[in-house]
Design a protein around this ligand. Structure first.
Ligand code: XCC
Ligand code: SF4
Length: 639
């Protein structure tokens, strides 16, 4: 990493739009990265502290003075504090997202919302069963009410017991491992750390509390709380988001979809949804595709209205509705530059603030819908679950009205568009396998499939866009590894044409035959970033079938082009759940050898998962394969 690449993207559609940007002088994220060079070394290594006003302080990374902040904090403390604050921010964003479907479900159950309903009663009953809710004699709405209550209780309860979602979703032997570890640490140090989250809202608060001035200074103690906070995300906030969104909007089923900027159709009013939460976009899509709005669009001279999307909002509606994907994180500015987007409609997270100015170069309306994500200069049309229809219509009409302002001379849409098969949550995967995951467990055990790698996370302009996502997916299936993807990574792979059934031809023989037999692509789209919880469910189910702990399973998680705090939180809950995690570049921890050692070495003995960093494609592939093979060898020798 670290060196700025000349090549900004491997995606031909991106390169075409970047040529337009260079020619027309539109500023992009890559230009601003250049302007930021050289970036601060203190920040990169995590040794800068601004927690109190005796600072800001920074530690000299080369070991010379200053080796302490004004208060006396050393690099270990500062780095650990900064890291777990990042984890807390990531966990908070996923979990705050998860809260919304839980509240919506409660409203529906109470008869207070008629705009939404329960799309998937079967999933509702499955979640209720999993949570241990007795459903006999209850109506569907009563069951929904119970599930909503249990979910909301996970956010706000005040006792010290682990949250119910974790208790009921995490394999018992994993939970016991955490309890054993707590006892061991207590016996050897006299202190009682807690690994298992007590409430989803409490753990990030605990992080902020203990990292405030003059509180917790022990890097191990800080990192353990970071783990607890991350687990509250993976097995709490994100799990609830995934499960309840399935209940509300339907559990994903396999379907065909299209990906890349070529999905933009110049004849239509194009609405680009962007962000993370599907509650609004679900309604917006229904409204846009309805006959009434299509007719209005035709009156304005368009052939109709088309909804496309970016990042995780589109992953949600792609999985459930087959909505076309315009691109991932680094495509957002490029999509506007096609000159054929009437409205960018955003909810929360991963939306570049540069979009406001850029859309002003075009007729494009930039519409914010969440009071949590305001952008100066944007059109704000506040979303509200109680008025879903009215707000959706207002947004669609605003987009249609922009169509006549479009300047045809500025329209240039790359041709690239790829066909993909998407929609493989654990339920759909099981269906393809004949009802449950048994065939996959067998294939893992007998080596037909060498391992499973979850490639997830963002784009980052420091890395050639999609290079590692696509490269790793391609290399790994060739080596017989089943790839599951979420987030911007899954979009990268779809854009590269690696998500079709025919891609099995590129896979190693065992994987190829397995995919053909079960009619599966060798790279499975598992959804949005909160759907990394689906990977936890997948790995847990497989481990239990093989009578293993997740830490013995030949699986790896990879966020090769990670950007956000959320990605670090996901990596942390994967690692804490027993999954080794590959990152394509270093998190800001290098300034502390202690923190680095704990996360890359000690964690392995403690919890089975750990981090490793490798930014080059082939060495990263080799490192991932080595982890898978080592785990295979260990569990084979166990039998
Ligand atoms: Fe954001 Fe989820 Fe990252 Fe993409 S992958 S840049 S977090 S949209 Ni989560
Ligand atoms: Fe400096 Fe300590 Fe204050 Fe941080 S908490 S800014 S290290 S004095």
């Amino acid at each position: 990493m670290s060196k700025l690449e000349d090549v900004r993207s491997v995606d031909p559609a991106a390169l075409a739009m970047l040529a337009v940007a260079d020619r027309e002088g539109y500023e992009t994220v890559w230009d601003r990265l250049k302007q930021q060079q050289p970036q601060c070394r203190m920040g990169q290594t995590g040794v800068c502290c601004r927690i109190c006003s005796m600072g800001p302080c920074r530690i000299n990374p080369s070991g010379k003075k200053p080796d302490r902040g004004v208060c006396g904090a050393d690099a270990d403390t500062i780095v650990a504090r900064n890291l777990i604050r990042m984890i807390a921010a990531g966990a908070s964003s996923h979990s705050d997202h998860g809260r919304k479907p839980a509240i919506l479900l409660r409203e529906i159950a109470a008869g207070h919302n008629a705009d939404y309903g329960i799309k998937d009663p079967e999933k509702l009953l499955a979640v209720a069963a999993r949570l241990g809710i007795a459903v006999e004699g209850l109506s569907l709405l009563e069951v929904a009410g119970e599930v909503a209550e249990v979910s909301l209780e996970c956010f706000g309860k005040q006792d010290g017991e682990p949250i119910r979602f974790l208790q009921r979703y995490m394999p018992a032997r994993r939970q016991e491992r955490f309890q054993r570890l707590e006892t061991e640490i207590a016996a050897s140090t006299g202190r009682r750390p807690g690994f298992l989250p007590r409430s989803i809202d409490r753990e990030p608060v605990d992080v902020l509390h203990r990292t405030t001035f003059g509180t917790d200074h022990d890097p191990l103690s800080l990192l353990i709380q970071g783990v607890r906070c991350a687990l509250a995300d993976g097995w709490g906030g994100s799990m609830i988001a995934t499960e309840l969104q399935d209940v509300l909007f339907g559990t994903p089923r396999a379907k065909a979809a299209q990906a890349n900027l070529g999905v933009i159709d110049a004849d239509y009013v194009n609405i680009l949804v962007h962000g993370h939460e599907p509650i609004f976009s679900e309604k917006l899509i229904d409204c846009s595709l309805g006959e009434e709005m299509q007719a209005v669009a035709r009156e304005h001279g368009a052939k109709g209205v088309k909804v496309i999307g970016m990042c995780c909002t589109v992953n949600e509606v792609l999985m459930r509705k087959g909505v076309a994907v315009a691109g991932n994180h680094l495509h957002q500015e490029l999509a506007v530059m096609t000159g054929a987007i009437e409205a960018v409609v955003v909810d929360v997270q991963c939306i570049l603030p540069s979009m406001v100015n850029l859309t002003r170069c075009f007729h494009t309306r930039f519409i914010t819908t969440s009071d949590q994500a305001m952008f100066p200069g944007a059109i704000h049309i506040q979303y509200d679950e109680q008025n879903a229809r009215r707000v959706s219509e207002e947004v669609v009409r605003t987009a249609i009205a922009a169509f006549s302002d479009r300047n045809p001379a500025k329209v240039s849409i790359p041709q690239e568009v790829m066909e993909a098969r998407v929609g493989y949550g654990v339920e759909e995967l099981s269906r393809h396998l004949g009802g449950d995951l048994h065939p996959l467990a067998v294939a893992l055990a007998d080596g037909t499939i060498r391992g499973i790698v979850g490639i997830v996370g963002c784009n980052n302009p420091k890395i050639t866009q999609d290079y590692l996502h696509v490269g790793l997916a391609r290399e790994l299936i060739r080596e017989g590894v089943l790839v599951v993807g979420t987030g911007c990574s899954a979009i990268a792979v779809a854009k590269a044409g690696l998500m079709g059934l025919e891609v099995a031809d590129q896979a190693a023989a065992g994987l190829r035959d397995f995919c053909r037999r079960h009619n599966l692509p060798p790279v499975l789209h598992m959804g949005s970033c909160v759907d990394c919880s689906r990977l936890l469910v997948l790995f847990s189910d497989l481990a239990e079938r093989l009578d293993l702990d997740v830490s013995e399973l030949p699986v790896v998680g990879s966020a090769p082009e990670w950007t956000t705090e959320k990605a670090l939180t996901i990596g942390t809950y994967f690692a804490a759940s027993g999954v080794p995690v590959h990152l394509g570049h270093m998190p800001p921890i290098a300034g502390s050898s202690t923190v680095t050692r704990i996360l890359t070495e000690d964690l392995r003995g403690l919890l089975g998962g750990y981090f490793f960093v490798e930014g080059e494609l082939l060495p990263a592939t080799a490192a991932i394969l080595a982890v898978l093979d080592e785990r295979r060898a260990r569990f084979l020798s166990k039998e």
